[in-house]
Write a protein that binds this ligand. Structure first.
Ligand code: SF4
Ligand code: SF4
Length: 202
């Protein structure tokens, strides 16, 4: 079976519990904050740029992003533009070079980077909420015009979401890793999405 068919089959498995319903609790909270006037509209995007972004995603989240990008990938110029933006981010922020923090735990340092899906100004994230990484959806301002000063992750909501879907998502991540021969648990967004695109077109 070629990679494109494997990915299409995987995307169908992921849709078993719709990607948006697994994000509902986070999207509802974000919408409620926005309704009360607490939003990111005036922020330069502190949490999406190299100022403080070091988001890592699972193979499942990368596949969900790939699925949301399919219409764009059908247009050759858009596809090239996207691949080039991903490669530029990897090169600029050296995202393919791991920094080991010590032999003891074999841990690597998370690098900061400007996300290639970030649009400057009030446009913000270019991904739909239905396909955005959970960590991104959970990171919100607490007060009006906070602009990154006290924004934080809604960890309780992340834990609630995870408790409900962990088993299902663990199985999906294992299936994706096995079928696409992926050897990482989490990866930065540009590397993860570029790898998914490469799998789809080989
Ligand atoms: S995916 Fe969107 S919200 Fe997350 S870091 Fe990138 S631009 Fe920001
Ligand atoms: S969550 Fe905070 S830092 Fe991130 S874009 Fe919104 S206001 Fe800015």
């Amino acid at each position: 079976m070629n990679s494109q068919i494997i990915i299409k089959n995987l995307i169908e498995s992921v849709d078993y519990i719709a990607t948006s319903s697994r994000r509902d609790v986070l999207i509802s909270s974000m919408s409620a904050l926005e309704k009360s006037g607490i939003h990111c509209a005036n922020c330069p995007g502190t949490c999406c740029t190299s100022t403080s972004n070091s988001m890592m995603i699972t193979p499942l989240e990368a596949l969900e992003i790939l699925n949301s990008l399919m219409p764009k990938l059908l247009i050759p110029e858009e596809k090239e533009k996207l691949i080039s933006a991903l490669k530029n981010a990897i090169s600029q922020f050296r995202l393919d070079k791991e920094i080991y923090t010590g032999k003891k735990n074999s841990q690597t340092l998370r690098r900061h980077y400007t996300c290639p899906f970030f649009n400057n100004g009030s446009l913000g994230c270019g991904l739909s909420r239905k396909s955005k990484p959970y960590g991104c959806l959970a990171f919100n301002p607490k007060i009006h015009d906070d602009n990154g000063k006290t924004c934080s992750s809604q960890t309780e909501l992340l834990e609630t979401r995870q408790a409900e879907f962990q088993n299902f998502e663990n199985q999906l991540n294992l299936k994706i890793k096995t079928e696409l021969k992926i050897n990482w648990e989490k990866q930065n967004i540009p590397m993860a999405v570029l790898e998914m695109i490469a799998h789809f077109y080989t």
